[in-house]
Design a protein around this ligand. Sequence first.
Ligand code: FEO
Length: 168
Amino acid sequence: MISEKMNQLINDQYHREMFSAHQYFAMSSYFLDKDLDGFANFFRVQAEEEIMHGLKQFDYVHEVDGKITSGPLEAPENEFESVLDVFEKALGHERYITQNINAIVKAALEEGDFATHNFFQWFIEEQVEEESLMRSLIAKLKLIDGNTSALYMMNEELMARKAGQEAA
Ligand code: FEO
C-alpha cells in the first residue's frame, strides 16, 4: 500500500515521463523536417524509451494499490536554433528529470517506503546513462562545429540506434 503523498509524487513523475516523450517526438519532428533522419531516429527512440519509463511507473503504482490519475501535458518546444541547441535542451531536460527522481527517492526514504525507494534505483541508474549520453553527443557536436560532412556521418551513426540500445 502506497501513501497518498508517494502516489501523488509518482503520478507527477509519470506525467513528466510522458511529457519527455512528447518533447522528444517534437525534436524528432524538427529533424525530419530538416532531412536529418538519423537525428530524428535518435529522438524517436528516446521518446519511446520515455513512454516505457512512464509505463513502468504506471504499473508500479497500481501494483502497490495506488492509482494513476491522468491529467494534461504541457506543450513541448517545437522550434530550435540548431542541432546543438536541441541536444543542450535535451540535456537540460534530463537534469530536471534527475532532480525529480532524486526528490522521490529522498521522500521514499524519509517515510520508510523501501519498496518505492528500491523501485526507483533503476531510474537513478538510467538518469546517469541518459545525462552521460546527451553530454557525449554534445561534445561530438562541438567538435564537429558545423562541418557538414561530419554532421552527415553522425546522422548516419544515429540512424542505427534502436529501442533499448545506447547510441554511438
Ligand atoms: Fe525518463 Fe529521460 O528520463
